[in-house]
Ligand binder design. Sequence first.
Ligand code: AMP
Length: 209
Amino acid sequence: MFLGPPGSGKGTQAKVISSKIGAKHYSTGDMLRDAVKNNTDLGKKAKEFMSKGELVPDSLILSLINEVFLRDNPNRFILDGFPRTVNQALELDKLLQKIGRPLTTVLYFDIPDEEVVRRITGRRTCTKCGSNFHIEFNKSKNDGICDKCNVKLILRDDDKEATIRNRLKVYKDSTSPLINLYKEKGILRKIDASASIDLISESIIKFIS
Ligand code: AMP
């Protein structure tokens, strides 16, 4: 399980690592965004919470996870963005016991809040193709213009400073207690999430193998 604040790079690493080790990648954030895009019942219920940076109610998330796990019965998997509350973690334990696949490792992506704010508020997104650039780390060739589409780049509402500060607060209040919970179980491993993408992937792979 990958645990850490928004903007810590969990999603990026989960994509790289899952394809390298042949594990199934479960991102509740991606599943919810799909549900919103497809305007499903779940999407309609989740939309409001997501746009404010609040957590979607546990009951919705838990029935989503139960459904996909009982359907897939995955052998190796990476959880990204779930669990996010103590209640979700306890329910996950029960589910994993039921399918006989206990959680082996929790990787905790440790990063200072200010670095998260710098990463996210510097992100610029193309309104046409959705490509992401960054004003410091991944500049477009022409300032404020997409390299591929030649249209204007914007700062998305959910990347604005007030939203990200709220998401960090939600993380601190509801999700960070999981750090101690998994530390006590003896399966937590901390990684420095301020390092480069390649360096982090390398250390995760080394650790797994
Ligand atoms: P993410 O892409 O993981 O940052 O998730 C985007 C948004 O989806 C979050 O800000 C929450 O509103 C919602 N979300 C994703 N995963 C969960 C979860 N496990 N519990 C509650 N809400 C979630």
